[in-house]
Design a protein. Structure first.
Length: 632
């Protein structure tokens, strides 16, 4: 009997050992389970949106990876928690400290109250993306955020936070920072990534000052010492500029030999002021557009344009006024946040679209970014820039007129109007957009990210070939994204991983939204509302559509019953990959093109030469140098 009992015990142990996770769990798994339990214990869940999914009666390794909002990577560890818009009530859960490998946390759109823990760096030591926006958080922003060395994305907007923003946060390499609609005051940090953090990050905090905002009056921002330092730096820069310009004028033999020709007045520098004179002497005119007289240009607005002169024309405000009927309201074809778009006919008979900035000083950055990007890019899926004009306070950009307007107007037609995009045309548009993005991201000698891709920025020509426009937020990099030159001409080092995940994959995400618009026929905000009504984030909502018949309730009704269901399903699956929460999980634009071109082959829409041809890079020299443009 004793022998049989021992045999039974050994058999029981053997069976348990063959069932992984039944008898024991890794310490990391137990820690993550403790973390998730602390969330359910900390929050009220009136919608039962979390607790209905998070059950802890089966303690198997990785079993929690299928829970709503939980993302696991290799090794079954929790790396991401997306609990946005779940109706959760309570205070910030300190038990998150047990999710020791957590990289992404989104608790936005809930009813979280109290303060952010002062030891947030201890609770979230590895955090890269943190979204606590649209809650009821109060108190001050913890200084310990400065010790979250991996943090790249921090959203605290639409709360009740007060006090000062710790200046030490400026040392973080943040790509996204937003504290709008709080009760904050004092000077804002001097961020190392200041070019990605603008005044829009601080809207509706009346007590904030400094940085991109108004100068601080009582905090030393406008003190004598601060003013002296600024004045000294400015004087030093002006002195250096004078020395350099003197050298260029009198001592630089290369520039003198290059620019001097017989019977040609030797210019001191290639600028807007002397560029047209050089063109006259060389007998060159681009696109037969009337040259710009130098009268009316101010010395402080001289713009060095050594490369742009070969690609786009400098135009005359008088000619552009005549082309648009003195900027007649009847010729307005569009209106955006930076200015009016007019349809006009140039003196050579070419139809054009002319963007006139409303306030050239406020939108100087966008103007220069657009000029830098489109002045150098020539591709079938990029809107062509024909020229520009800078006279006094007037700043205008002149594009080729694209006859079918923008994609937004075709997809979101007002009631009573009839505009129908057939499915093959939608495929053509999607393929053209991603072809243009591939060229920007991978094929050009320098790389460009758009960062503002939407249906309003996609123009359609007479053949419904899409043209990407609105490059006002774009960023240019050279040689793999390790360096870009911002519109002010400052060189900033950006690691290739940050360039790829922070910028390039933002374009991929925006392309995913565009695919949803093409499939569903609704604006992006309406699509997000669909997901919110289902108490799901966008990715989970699409996953639900892919596994249910609800898809037929949301797709554009003009596409139903036309035999395109399989292709619609596949394109929705592609959109799903683009909208993944973690940028690293999103595909590259080249991968997207290779997938979507399969659809295009069915409709004879593919032309690989358009994407592989390097000659489309519009550069006059063999090296794609970034054109320096400065407006002071």
């Amino acid at each position: 009997m004793l022998l049989n009992a021992r045999a039974l015990v050994l058999l029981h142990i053997l069976v348990c050992s063959l069932l992984p996770g039944t008898f024991s769990l890794r310490s990391g798994t137990l820690s993550d389970i403790s973390c998730l339990k602390s969330i359910t214990d900390s929050f009220e869940d009136p919608l039962n949106s979390v607790k209905s999914s998070w059950t802890f009666n089966k303690l198997k390794e990785g079993s929690f990876c299928g829970y709503v909002g939980v993302t696991c990577w290799n090794s079954f560890r929790v790396r991401g928690l997306d609990l946005a818009n779940k109706g959760l009530k309570g205070e910030f859960p300190r038990g998150l400290v047990n999710c020791s490998e957590l990289l992404m946390l989104d608790l936005s759109g809930n009813v979280i109250s109290g303060s952010i823990p002062q030891d947030i760096n201890h609770i979230l030591p590895s955090i890269k993306m943190l979204n606590l926006s649209n809650n009821h958080l109060s108190g001050e922003i913890p200084l310990s955020f400065a010790n979250c060395s991996s943090l790249e994305f921090l959203k605290l907007d639409n709360n009740r936070l007060e006090g000062r923003i710790p200046k030490q946060l400026g040392q973080l390499s943040l790509l996204i920072f937003n504290v709008t609609n709080n009760l904050l005051s004092g000077p804002v940090p001097d961020f190392v990534s200041r070019d990605t953090i603008t005044s829009e990050s601080y809207v509706n905090n009346s007590g904030l000052c400094g940085g991109p905002l108004d100068c601080c009056k009582n905090d030393g921002g406008c003190s004598f010492e601060g003013s002296f330092k600024i004045g000294f730096k400015l004087g030093f820069i002006l002195f250096c500029s004078l020395v350099i310009n003197t050298y260029i004028l009198w001592c630089d033999p290369v520039r003198i030999v290059t620019s001097y020709k017989k019977n040609e007045t030797m210019p001191t520098k290639t600028t807007v002021l002397n560029l047209e004179e050089r063109r006259k002497n060389k007998g060159k005119q681009v696109d037969q557009i009337t040259p710009l007289p130098t009268k009316g240009l101010h010395q402080e607005e001289i713009i060095p344009v050594p490369e742009l002169e070969r690609l786009v024309s400098i135009m005359n405000i008088i000619e552009l006024s005549e082309a648009t009927g003195n900027f007649s309201i009847g010729n307005v074809i569009g209106f955006g946040k930076i200015g009016m778009m007019y349809k006009g006919v140039l003196s050579n008979g070419r139809p054009s679209a002319i963007k006139r900035l409303l306030n050239s000083q406020c939108f100087e950055k966008q103007f220069i970014s657009e000029l830098l990007a489109l002045g150098r890019l020539r591709h079938n899926n990029i809107v062509p820039l024909l020229g520009y004009c800078i006279e006094g306070k007037e700043k205008l950009l002149v594009y080729k007129y694209i006859s079918n307007g923008n994609l937004y107007d075709w997809l979101h037609v007002a009631k009573g109007k009839h505009k129908i995009l057939e499915w093959p045309l939608r495929i053509k548009i999607a393929m053209g957009i991603v072809r243009g993005l591939v060229w920007l991201h991978h094929k050009c000698n320098f790389r460009v990210v758009h960062l503002n891709l939407c249906s309003n920025s996609i123009l359609l020509d007479q053949n419904f070939e899409p043209k990407i426009s609105n490059f006002g937020e774009s960023i240019i990099s050279n040689f793999g994204g390790e360096m870009f030159k911002n519109p002010r001409g400052n060189n900033i080092f950006i690691g290739s991983d940050v360039w790829e995940l922070g910028y390039v994959k933002k374009d991929v995400y925006d392309f995913g939204i565009l695919l949803l618009e093409l499939i569903i026929g609704k604006e992006s905000i309406e699509i997000n509302n669909y997901a919110n009504k289902s108490n799901e984030n966008l990715v989970d909502w699409i996953a639900h559509l892919l596994n249910s018949s609800d898809l037929y309730n949301v797709i554009d009704e003009s596409l139903i019953g036309r035999g395109f269901e399989d292709e619609i399903f596949e394109l929705l699956r592609i959109a799903y990959t683009c909208l993944q929460l973690f940028p690293s999980k999103r595909p590259t634009t080249l991968e997207l093109y290779n997938t979507i071109r399969i659809f295009g082959e069915r409709y004879c829409l593919t032309n690989d030469s358009e994407i592989l041809r390097q000659s489309e890079i519009a550069t006059a020299s063999t090296i794609c140098e970034i054109v320096e443009v400065e407006i002071t």
